[in-house]
Design a protein around this ligand. Structure first.
Ligand SMILES: Nc1nc2c(ncn2[C@@H]2O[C@H](COP(=O)(O)OP(=O)(O)OP(=O)(O)O)[C@@H](O)[C@H]2O)c(=O)[nH]1
Ligand SMILES: [Mg+2]
Length: 278
């Protein structure tokens, strides 16, 4: 990979990396799977520019639900990193000032009754019309300064680039979530038959062709589905270590109900993908 090497944050490394492969990785993207089954760069994803995609080709999308404490920071970061060139789409269910702040920052805001993470993110993914689509949460936990490296990884051939929060330990993540996320990654790895490290990260880049080709079914478990289905269909999926920050504002996830829903999604999606191969 030619993607930029992310700078290791000053967090406790004791709890990461997750496996032997990662310990030999200096921080560049970890290739999970090189896909051959379905070619990348299909309709809507072809890059005519021999220099690769630029931020003019990127949509950054997110669900936003009462994120007025964070939305200004997140959108200002995207604006600064992409020089205002990336399109930003927010699917919003807020009853606070989040949508006004998002519009002030130039985002396209699509209003939707709050029906959960995946319903919002799926709508945001569908609304994006640029060839590279990046998801993030609107809570200032994800490093927008990593956007150039994610784009570089797509330009190097990845169909999906996942931000792996657990590689460096995710010290700012609540302990229960950290435990759950490790368990989800293990479960997905066993059931998918390939090692993945962060199935529930909110920050990934996708070639739009991947988004358009696959039918998405999950809600709380959409993030896991967005990793597992492309992986099991032979797309090139890579994970990049990213730092993860403390959340601004209130969480929208109930760790127990949400965790159960994510585990169920992983079971459902891996089973469906296995049956699809028969
Ligand atoms: N529009 C919309 N957005 C949502 C909904 N539920 C969650 N979101 C957004 O989806 C993103 C993810 O939700 P979070 O609360 O950050 O969930 P999480 O990342 O699992 O939990 P944290 O560890 O607290 O960050 C945030 O930007 C939320 O505002 C919803 O029902 N509608
Ligand atoms: Mg979040």
């Amino acid at each position: 990979m030619n993607a930029d090497v992310p700078v290791e944050p000053e967090t406790d490394r004791a709890s990461g990396p997750l496996d032997g492969d990662a310990s030999t990785d200096t921080g560049t993207a970890t290739e999970v799977r090189t896909g051959t089954a379905e070619p990348s760069g299909g309709e809507g994803g072809t890059n005519d520019d021999e220099n690769g995609y630029t931020f003019d080709d990127v949509s950054v999308v997110m669900g936003t639900y009462n994120e007025e404490a964070a939305v200004g920071h997140v959108l200002a970061d995207i604006d600064a990193v992409t020089d205002g060139r990336a399109e930003v789409v927010c699917v919003d269910g807020s009853d606070d000032r989040t949508p006004e702040i998002a519009r002030e920052h130039g985002a396209r805001v699509i209003e939707q009754e709050p029906r959960g993470y995946g319903v919002a993110v799926e709508a945001a993914l569908s609304a994006a019309d640029r060839p590279v689509v990046v998801t993030t949460d609107c809570d200032d936990t994800y490093p927008m300064e990593e956007l150039p490296a994610f784009l570089a990884a797509v330009n190097d051939g990845a169909d999906v680039v996942g931000g792996d929060r657990l590689y460096w330990g995710a010290a700012e993540m609540p302990a229960l979530n950290r435990l759950g996320n490790r368990a989800f990654a293990t479960l997905a790895s066993v059931l998918a038959g390939e090692r993945v490290h962060d199935t529930t990260t909110g920050m990934r880049a996708y070639r739009r062709e991947v988004i358009e080709t696959i039918e998405w079914t999950e809600n709380t478990g959409l993030s896991a589905e967005l990793l597992v289905r492309p992986l099991m269909r032979g797309y090139e999926v890579v994970e990049r270590p990213i730092p993860y920050d403390e959340r601004r504002g209130e969480t929208k996830l109930d760790p127990f109900a949400g965790g159960a829903a994510i585990a169920k999604s992983i079971l459902t999606v891996t089973l469906e993908e296995r049956l699809r191969r028969l």
